[in-house]
Design a protein around this ligand. Structure first.
Ligand SMILES: [Zn+2]
Length: 561
């Protein structure tokens, strides 16, 4: 019996090529060759990318095919994020996701529109039952697009397991050509402790990177002492595209022994924001480039594999060590970076000290800070480390440190608005003041009695802002009293400053009509093929409301036969 089990196990193992994921089960979701604008788990703003971004030849409307047999288990239409997205669940338990779609296949589109008209909303989330919308591998389920947060036409494609963990589709045999190893833009060294130093400094050092003829790299020899960590800026290019995409795996070796590993095969959505701890967040905010730390400063991310000394190097006086970094892409093309480190103790180096402020934040405690009309609530475990916070209030402006530390939870910012008239009170909001933007950015705010409270997702400067200006509405393709019998679409432009658009509602002769909103072009579009507009004389009424409740109404007549 035991022997049979053994052979069974052996057989099971040998049917998979390099991993436990089914091979050749999932087919590519497009008919065009797969060229990538983004790879799995590459570093994005506040998250790891959860799929492949497949290029669609700079256009929309390519056929999107079901990657395998299954049923549509979820459909989500949203203004932002994934835009129009389709989820297909397969008999083997995996789910494939297709996002930023232009529209769905006629059958699915009819199913979605029926629900949109019933609920009178463009944004919608549906969970069809297993038998409702069956799909066959290779059949068209949608058309590729550029909806939601997409910055150009492409298809976002994901494979998730039963636990909703996204997995690199390339591990299922989805094949993308990649013949060049990752490239390295920069290597940094971080003195970790008070008396550590690198090249006779106690602060972060950019090391001089020297590309070698064979594609590998070396770094100009460094002198160091004490506990130090290394960081790297690295990207990978696939064939046929210039996009700087993510890498698959990074390992480090200290004097021949493996000391650290980052593996980007899978992760969970719960942990994705810990990316901000993996990168040097301050460097990212200041320089707009992402240094990945090759040491684990108490980061719970599962892509960090248990490692010797958490990846830190301890350099002793009068020693010489070799540190190597190996960066692999998804085709296992490696790039090696070699650093030679001389241990040289230097007692004359002054440790870099952080200037104390009266506001010492202990990461494991709830904190309330009050000054003037502002009150700030920080919940425990909002920050990774204890630190001295810069906290200042100047009239209606709150300085809540610089946005240089990652934040795990929303920070609650309240302002006492009792001095304002009742009319003004309702038009106030909390804004994040960003140096580069013209208008202070609205953050989700609510008024309870005389207390206006906003939820801040990051540190930085905040201010009380007032919005009394209603949204603007203008027709893009129809004039008042115009005959438009041959028009397929009705297009209206809407905009709002400074707080932004919250919602809109359009009716024709009193009947709700579906208008799709694209925030990037500020356009609302109605498709006359929906068959709702059937009268000759039509009165269009559109009401648009901004984030503090100012609203505008737009009315025109148009004729069709
Ligand atoms: Zn994507």
């Amino acid at each position: 019996m035991r022997l049979i089990l053994f052979f069974l196990l052996l057989f099971t193992l040998s049917t998979y090529s390099q991993n436990n994921y089914p091979q050749d089960y999932f087919a590519p979701p497009l008919e065009v060759p797969l060229v990538l604008a983004g790879t799995f788990a590459e570093l994005r703003s506040n998250h790891f990318h959860s799929g492949l971004d497949i290029k669609t030849q700079q256009r929309e409307g390519l056929k999107v095919l079901a990657s395998a047999d299954g049923f549509v288990s979820r459909i989500k239409v949203s203004h932002y994020g994934y835009g129009k997205a389709l989820y297909i669940t397969h008999p083997n338990g995996y789910t494939t996701v297709y996002a930023h779609l232009q529209k769905f296949s006629p059958e699915i589109e009819a199913y979605v529109k029926k629900q949109q008209y019933t609920k009178e909303s463009f944004e919608i989330e549906l969970f069809p039952k297993a038998g409702d919308l069956l799909v066959t591998k290779g059949n068209m389920v949608a058309y590729s697009g550029n909806t939601g947060g997409s910055a150009g036409p492409h298809l976002h494609f994901e494979i998730r397991d039963k636990n909703e963990h996204p997995i690199n589709p390339m591990l299922f045999g989805i094949n993308v050509k990649d013949s060049t190893p990752p490239f390295v833009k920069a290597v940094y060294a971080y003195p970790i402790e008070k008396h550590s130093h690198v090249n006779h400094s106690n602060s972060k050092q950019k090391l001089r990177l020297i590309p070698l003829q064979n594609g590998d790299y070396t770094v100009e020899n460094i002198e160091a002492y004490g506990k130090i960590g290394i960081g790297i800026i690295t990207n990978d290019r696939q064939d046929h595209a210039p996009n700087k995409n993510g890498v698959d795996n990074i390992q480090t070796f200290f004097n021949g022994s493996k000391s650290y590993e980052l593996d980007f095969s899978t992760f969970s959505f719960d942990e994705t924001s810990h990316l901000n701890r993996l990168i040097d967040y301050q460097h990212y905010k200041e320089e707009k480039e992402r240094i990945q730390k090759l040491f684990n400063d108490e980061n719970p991310l599962s892509i960090l594999k248990p490692s010797y000394n958490d990846g830190y190097l301890t350099i002793k006086d009068s020693t010489s060590s070799v540190f190597k970094i190996k960066v692999n892409d998804y085709k296992n093309n490696p790039s090696w970076i070699t650093l030679e480190i001389k241990g040289v103790k230097n007692d004359s180096i002054k440790p870099e000290t952080k200037k104390p402020t009266p506001y010492f934040i202990k990461a494991d405690q709830n904190i309330n800070l009050k000054e003037g009309k502002f009150s700030v609530d920080i919940y425990k475990d909002t920050f990774y480390d204890d630190f001295y916070m810069d906290f200042e209030v100047h009239n209606d402006t709150l300085i809540l440190h610089d946005d240089i530390l990652p934040v795990k939870k929303n920070i609650s910012i309240s302002y006492d608005v009792s001095n304002f008239s009742d009319t003004d009170k309702s038009k106030l909001y909390i804004a994040n003041v960003l140096g580069y933007s013209k208008y202070p950015a609205y953050i989700s705010s609510s008024l309870k009695g005389d207390l206006l409270t906003g939820r801040a997702k990051n540190l930085g400067t905040y201010a009380l802002a007032l919005d009394t200006i209603p949204p603007t509405i203008s027709s893009k393709n129809v004039r008042d009293k115009q005959w438009i019998s041959n028009y397929r679409f009705l297009k209206i432009k809407i905009d709002d400053t400074p707080s932004g658009i919250s919602n809109y509602r359009a009716t024709v002769n009193g009947k709700w009509i579906l208008m799709e909103y694209d925030y990037k072009t500020k356009t609302l579009t109605h498709d006359f093929n929906d068959g709702i507009v059937t009268d000759t004389k039509n009165n269009l009424k559109l009401i648009v409301t901004d984030n503090v409740g100012n609203s505008s109404t737009f009315e025109i007549l148009f004729y069709r036969k």
